[in-house]
Design a protein around this ligand. Structure first.
Ligand code: FAD
Length: 387
């Protein structure tokens, strides 16, 4: 059959693989469900900056411009990604959502929702670990008179001026949205049900990301002990403000649970000043607000669910049970056995130093594998569905 490389998704991971392939003389076909590259970053909340330093966040072969700050702002990242695509002449077929992928003789067939079918010898899945919002079922929601939205739909504080807003969940997104709200004068609170691991983004001018990369190179027990001591010295006990600290080190939490520590960019100071109140977990909605598990109740005009995302990869393979780890991420970057010919980039969120750094490394590995001389480099075949 035709030898082809088809990449699904034109976010950082898909562009990184496509760029690395072009740098090796291979032209892949890229399909993307949205109407532009980097769609997730176009839609994130406006104040977002990368939490990872630019030297560890760029795609293969193209460093960020020297004029960019150490922590790249969202729009500048979008511009960089669009430029990266243009430079490598990556022109994804936009509005093409892969709906089902099945093995065919010697390769894979990808059916899109719009009715196209692509056959490819190798398919790179780069559809992102943050695809589907996770929305917890909270009792009493139907009777609540306020507005409820997922953090994915939050852009800025403007619609919430003059309101009382509860942000549910204190991952990086929840912490930063609460900060964004109070910076604009909105009365914001957080609901935090579990112990958290919080680190400052920089300590004495040094990015904590770089420290975590170094510590991850030590034997795990040493790295964990030093990371815990570092957290104790720099962040300390937060229980007076309603925050319990995780029993495990930030490194271990990332490694074993795929949970990135909260990289603080100012939320903690606001909590300590009493500007962001921390509530425990939620028991249920009341008509005007929420009741928390400690029995307290408070009125809120809006509730923002910063409750993360669920993995959706398996759904694309109705006829194949992917080998996934307990977090729902593919066990291998380069598929083996029944998944041979598939590559998975951007799903391992447990490596120290950030997902973009992982994407960079995985993209190089996948591009090296796909650019082997044996690979047939013709363009994918594309047909219109007949059924
Ligand atoms: C708020 C936020 C902040 C982050 N900050 C950092 C940071 O500072 N540093 C860091 O290293 N990492 C960060 N990350 C993590 C990670 O780097 C980003 O999520 C990054 O965008 C991942 O790139 P990706 O290409 O894997 O996924 P995405 O950016 O989600 O791109 C996936 C693309 O695939 C497309 N797609 C999905 N399904 C289909 C389909 N079925 N058919 C066709 N197209 C499809 C989507 O439309 C999208 O364009 C952050 C994540 C979030 C959510």
């Amino acid at each position: 059959m035709d030898a082809e490389v088809l990449i699904i998704g034109a976010g950082p991971a898909g562009l990184a693989v496509a760029g690395a392939l072009v740098q090796r003389g291979v032209t892949p076909l890229v399909i993307e469900q949205a109407d532009a590259v980097a769609s997730s970053w176009r839609n994130h909340y406006e104040r977002l900056h990368l939490h990872t330093v630019k030297s560890h966040s760029a795609l293969p072969g193209v460093p960020f411009p020297s004029s960019y700050p150490r922590y790249v702002p969202r729009q500048a990242l979008v511009d960089y990604l669009a430029d990266y695509a243009q430079r490598h002449r990556i022109e994804p077929r936009l509005g093409e959502e892969a709906a089902a992928i099945a093995r065919i003789d010697g390769g894979w067939q990808v059916a899109t929702r719009a009715g196209m079918r692509y056959t490819a010898r190798r398919v790179v899945l780069a559809t992102g670990a943050n695809c589907e919002p996770r929305v917890p079922a909270i009792a009493g929601r139907a009777g609540y008179r306020g507005r409820v939205l997922h953090s994915r739909d939050y852009r800025n504080a403007a619609p919430f001026i003059g309101q009382r807003v509860l942000v549910v969940g204190m991952g990086n997104t929840g912490a930063e949205i609460a900060l964004d709200l109070v910076e604009q004068g909105v009365q914001a609170a957080l609901s935090v049900r579990s112990p958290v691991n919080i680190v400052h983004r920089d300590v004495l001018g040094r990015p904590t990301q770089l420290t975590s990369i170094l510590l991850a190179k030590l034997p795990a027990a040493w790295g964990d002990a030093i990371a815990t001591m570092f957290r104790k010295l720099t962040v300390g006990d937060l229980s007076p403000w309603g925050l319990q600290t995780a029993a495990v080190s930030p490194l271990r939490q990332l490694r074993e649970h795929g949970k990135t520590p909260v990289i603080d960019v100012g939320t903690l100071a606001r909590i300590k000043r009493g500007e962001i109140k921390v509530h425990p977990g939620i028991d249920r909605f009341t008509p005007d607000g929420l009741r928390f598990v400690d029995g307290s109740e408070q009125a809120f005009d809006a509730v923002i669910l910063a409750t993360g995302y669920a993995p959706t990869l398996q759904r694309l393979f109705p006829g194949l049970a992917l080998t996934l780890d307990r977090h729902g991420a593919p066990a291998d970057v380069i598929g083996q056995g029944a998944s041979a010919g598939l590559c998975f980039v951007g799903f391992d969120i447990r490596q120290p130093g950030g997902v973009l750094r992982t994407i960079h490394a995985q993209a190089l590995r996948v591009a090296d594998a796909l650019a082997q001389p044996s690979a047939d480099r013709s363009r994918p075949r594309q047909t219109t569905a007949t059924t």
